[in-house]
Design a protein around this ligand. Structure first.
Ligand SMILES: NC(=O)c1ccc[n+]([C@@H]2O[C@H](COP(=O)([O-])OP(=O)(O)OC[C@H]3O[C@@H](n4cnc5c(N)ncnc54)[C@H](OP(=O)(O)O)[C@@H]3O)[C@@H](O)[C@H]2O)c1
Length: 333
């Protein structure tokens, strides 16, 4: 047991700007019968954490509300009904901090057992926490909503980003043929992750190059950049192809309606916040397998102490963390 009544946490008293994040003492959460109490080692900072904190993404939040949704940590206590976890286990979750659940950015967090997963043996907490949100997002886009199958063509736009890298790996893993777009300097990295072809998204001939690379059409089009060119995406689509939309919170692109329905095409959107515990657990199984074999690349990481959570949110919102995963580290002892 923890033996403490209070702990340090990064929290807000109401929805507001990054500057409203406070660092201080809140009560240590208590385990219910199906919960696990985790000593937090590392917490990722995601764009969605800023959307929840500001109110841009509306979700139930108990105040004072601890920010953040992903953690890696060590089990310190289990509810009376828990059989699958024991004190000392290294574990992770990626679904705290929304839907009425408290967040992860604290010394301790209570996690419902059906949202908690064992870490792969020997996992580094910081590297693991950096991938669990983008990788689960990629799994949902490629497997659950995109329904990519072996032999299909998957276009991953923004394939060198955090979600895009994992999407390229997952699509390759299901046996699809991946065509990627990214910055010119990242094209080799996309091919190394499994992309059959990779193109500079700034190339003025991009539409022509993509048409040439996918002559039978694109079956799944996942654009992680948020800059949706639906004219091009629908034009590239194979019969019964799927355009998967998961970024660009305030985008309003035009849609070529006739080109979509004459292909029996679909546009499907999703947010990881809506994923079921069954879907998240399926993602976790694959993430653990790939993280265990070192296939999921976390990319550049910057560690910050937990008391700089407000600064981390501000940097993410102002584009001062582009390409870098910010990871918060609570101090213990
Ligand atoms: N729906 C959900 O559940 C969910 C979950 C997680 C994340 N998201 C969202 O997904 C998005 C991506 O997240 P992330 O962490 O992967 O971000 P990221 O690492 O910044 O990746 C975005 C990538 O897009 C590239 N890019 C920019 N403009 C492009 C364009 N016009 N065409 C193709 N690629 C382009 C960027 O390349 P350069 O940097 O080289 O320009 C970058 O590598 C964010 O908007 C995030 O909020 C949604």
């Amino acid at each position: 047991m923890v033996g403490l009544d209070t702990m340090n946490a990064a929290y807000v008293e109401s929805r507001g700007p990054a500057s409203s994040i406070q660092y201080g003492q809140v009560p240590v959460p208590r385990c219910g019968p199906t919960d696990v109490l985790v000593q937090v080692e590392a917490v990722a900072v995601n764009a969605v954490d800023t959307f929840v904190r500001s109110g841009a993404y509306q979700t139930a939040m108990p105040f004072p509300f601890v920010v953040g949704r992903d953690l890696v940590g060590t089990v310190v206590a289990c509810g009376s009904g828990i059989t699958g976890f024991r004190s000392g286990d290294l574990v992770w979750t990626n679904s705290l901090g929304h839907g009425g659940r408290q967040g992860a950015a604290a010394q301790f967090a209570v996690v419902a057992a059906d949202r908690l997963y064992h870490a792969p043996p020997g996992a580094d907490p910081v590297e693991l926490v950096a991938v669990v949100h983008p990788a689960a997002t990629a799994y949902l886009g490629i497997v659950v909503h995109g329904r990519a199958r072996a032999g299909e063509t998957v276009l991953v736009a923004g394939a060198a980003g955090h979600v895009g890298r994992a999407a390229t790996v997952f699509a390759t893993r299901v046996g699809a043929s991946v065509v990627a777009t990214a910055s010119a300097t990242d094209l080799d990295a996309c091919r190394r992750l499994g992309a059959r072809e990779a193109f500079d998204y700034r190339d003025p001939r991009l539409g022509y190059l993509l048409r040439d690379a996918a002559p039978d059409g694109v079956d799944v089009h996942l654009d992680t950049s948020g800059h949706h060119d639906l004219e091009l995406a629908v034009e590239l689509l194979a019969q019964r192809g799927r355009v998967v939309v998961m970024a660009g919170l305030s985008e309003h692109p035009g849609l070529p309606v006739g080109s979509l329905y004459t292909r029996d095409g679909r546009i499907v959107g999703y947010a990881i916040s809506n994923a079921s515990t069954t879907e998240l657990a399926a993602a976790a199984e694959l993430i653990n397998e790939l993280a265990g074999e070192g296939t999921l690349e976390p990319g550049p990481i910057e560690e910050l102490p937990l008391d700089r959570a407000g600064e981390a949110h501000a940097r993410l919102e102002t584009g001062q963390a582009a390409g870098v995963r910010l990871v918060l580290r609570p101090a213990h002892g």
